[in-house]
Design a protein around this ligand. Structure first.
Ligand code: B16
Ligand code: MG
Length: 217
């Protein structure tokens, strides 16, 4: 039976949160706003625009529309400078093993990310060809927890939402998968991702027996 496996990018396939952190921290400090790793956690899975809005809220700062656009561009340019140095060594443990197994089992494989830089990142880590469809921040109008990003992926693969399985590291992403009526698999901490149907620390904990159960469900 064919299922579709939809992967989030940041925090699931690669750890780009550390690069978002450096770039957002630089921006925030430039505005005289402090920015911690805990705050960065809250930006996981959140769009670029919403992230900057939140940082400004935290710092109690109002800026003009022009300044907002300029800062977003600057942040992204710094982020892209980190991305440009990425290579296959940054793919998180056992992600290629799981992707290769799903390919060998002829399952649908999609990317479902909020990032507008998703395609560039997949190219850098040499995983583009594993995905039959890529849905990213350039395709969606509604941010997670809205299910739009995953529903587009399911539609493009021709698989019903209830036959889709989503791997997500963010709370908003797990909620988006649940809102789409898909099986949600949290990658990270059980305490944080308690709304997910299953939670694993990382892909090293996901074996073929478990994947087979999902395929045959
Ligand atoms: P960009 P994901 C998300 O990626 C990140 O988790 C989030 O921190 C970031 O703000 C968002 O992408 C937008 O990224 O600035 O590259 O368009 O987890 O949905 O793969
Ligand atoms: Mg993520």
């Amino acid at each position: 039976m064919k299922k579709a496996f939809i992967f989030d990018l940041d925090g699931v396939i690669v750890d780009t949160a550390k690069y978002h952190f450096l770039a957002w921290q630089n921006l925030a400090n430039g505005l005289g706003i402090s920015f911690s790793e805990e705050q960065n956690e809250q930006l996981k899975g959140v769009s670029r625009i919403r992230s900057l809005e939140k940082i400004l809220e935290w710092g109690n700062k109002t800026i003009s529309e022009e300044e907002f656009t300029r800062l977003m561009t600057e942040k992204n340019e710094e982020y892209l400078s980190y991305i440009s140095k990425m290579d296959v060594s940054e793919v998180l443990p056992d992600v290629p093993r799981v992707l290769d197994y799903l390919v060998s089992e002829n399952q649908g494989i999609a990317l479902g990310s909020a990032s507008k830089n998703a395609r560039a990142i997949l190219e850098k880590v040499e995983l583009t060809t594993k995905f039959q469809t890529i849905v990213d921040g350039t395709n969606v109008t509604k941010a997670k927890p809205d299910p739009e990003v995953f529903l587009i992926g399911a539609k493009e693969l021709g698989v019903k939402p209830e036959d889709c399985i989503v791997f997500e590291d963010s709370v908003a992403g797990v909620q988006a998968a649940n809102n789409a009526n898909m099986i949600s698999i949290g990658i990270g901490s059980k305490d944080v991702l308690h709304e997910a149907d299953y939670v694993f620390a990382d892909f090293t904990e996901i074996d073929e027996t478990f994947i087979n159960q999902l395929i045959k469900k």
